[in-house]
Design a protein around this ligand. Structure first.
Ligand code: OSB
Ligand code: MG
Length: 370
């Protein structure tokens, strides 16, 4: 296809409730959207970067800059680019995976809308619906936390993930386990808030019978995760550390992780995400689809990815109403704890462009080849 223009939209969407993690508290999400126009149609991609470099080194304005000045020129200069070519095309730009992933999603959407193929089919989905979990932020009190978790249980979520940090860990986790009963699927995510000195403390999580503990240590500290995995019964799962298929294989072979959270944005796109999925499947490592509070645009493709065979654990692919009062697409609605995998061409959802316009933080930036 020929890319005729790329428009960058920055919008702001209030969250239905504040989302607090070990790295900060957010009441709204600033979303960078990529809208591609081609000779055959259009495509949309969502960038998962946050407004500040708190979860990763990438952030909205950095992504917008690298797309405008480095990635878009490569895409405009390519002859008949396809999503499958982009990893190679973007290789001259080191890192900046969230920016690359946003463009990849837009190209994928445009390409598959034009050919009448769904993202699910293209990626190799084997299910028409996926099991959903929910990620629960740090609460003002344990009573607030229990009330929020009960709401999600009532809504039908099949797995609960609690955000933890030093000072908000053993007791809230124990109380939620008590609320849910012994058989419910429960896991925790520390977003790098601990150090190797906390291994003895983290071992006390074992008594809560968790599915996994996610990313307790620094993203570059694989060795401490190996040490924890040897000391604890609870499986260790990496999120922030897994930025490529190479790192994933390394972390698996070193025994740092026995389950992997795959986020397409963090790894540079849906095709790199499938490569990690394939490497994990070949090694017997279960994976699940993480989330970055996506709007319906990103969620649609995440749900398609989560329908691949290796995604055997419920993902952070929650319903639209867990995040937003109104979504940018038709809402994703939970049905018996599952979301339906979109089956229409491309991402299968329709972007409500009037909302993209109404919620703009500033005028869109139009990029064209020159
Ligand atoms: O670590 O998984 C994480 C949100 C923003 C940044 C990092 C993370 C998260 C979540 C939310 O846990 C998952 C979601 O529901 O999208
Ligand atoms: Mg995480």
């Amino acid at each position: 296809m020929t890319v005729e223009s790329i428009t960058l939209h920055r919008i702001r969407m209030p969250l239905v409730r504040p989302f607090e993690t070990s790295f900060g508290r957010e009441t709204a999400r600033v979303v960078l959207l990529v809208h591609l126009v081609t000779e055959t149609g259009e495509g949309w991609g969502e960038c998962v970067a946050g407004s500040t470099p708190a979860y990763s080194s990438e952030y909205v304005e950095g992504c917008a800059h690298v797309i405008e000045h480095h990635l878009a020129p490569l895409l405009f200069g390519a002859v008949d680019p396809q999503a499958a070519d982009l990893e190679r095309l973007f290789a001259p730009v080191v890192g900046h995976r969230m920016a690359k992933a946003a463009l990849e999603a837009a190209v994928l959407d445009a390409e598959l809308r034009a050919s009448g193929t769904s993202v699910a089919r293209y990626l190799g989905a084997v299910r028409t619906e996926v099991d959903c979990g929910v990620s629960v932020g740090i609460s003002p009190s344990i009573d607030d936390l229990l009330a929020e978790v009960q709401g999600y249980v009532d809504a039908g979520y099949r797995r609960i993930k609690l955000k933890i940090k030093p000072g908000w860990d053993l007791e809230p986790v124990r109380r939620v386990r008590e609320l849910l009963g012994p058989d419910a699927a429960l896991q925790v995510d520390a977003n790098t808030a601990y150090t190797r000195d906390d291994i003895a403390h983290l071992r006390q999580l074992d008594s809560s019978r968790l599915l996994l503990v996610e990313q307790p240590f620094d993203e570059e500290d694989i060795a401490s995760h190996v040490a924890l995995a040897q000391a604890i019964e609870t499986p260790v799962c990496l999120d922030e550390s897994i930025v490529s298929v190479g790192v994933a294989i390394d972390a698996i072979e070193r025994g740092a992780t026995s389950i992997i959270n795959i986020k397409p944005g963090r790894v540079g796109g849906y095709l790199p995400a499938v490569a990690i999925h394939d490497a994990c499947l070949a090694r017997g490592i279960p994976v699940w689809c993480g989330g970055m509070l996506e709007t319906g645009i990103g969620r649609a493709m995440n749900v398609a990815l989560a329908a691949l065979p290796g995604f055997t654990l419920p993902g952070d692919t929650s319903a639209s109403d867990r995040y937003y009062a109104e979504d940018l697409t038709e809402p994703f609605v939970l049905n018996d704890g599952r979301l339906a995998v979109p089956s229409g061409p491309g991402s299968g959802v329709t972007v409500r462009t009037e909302l993209v316009r109404d919620w703009a933080l500033r005028p869109p930036v139009l990029l064209r080849p020159h």
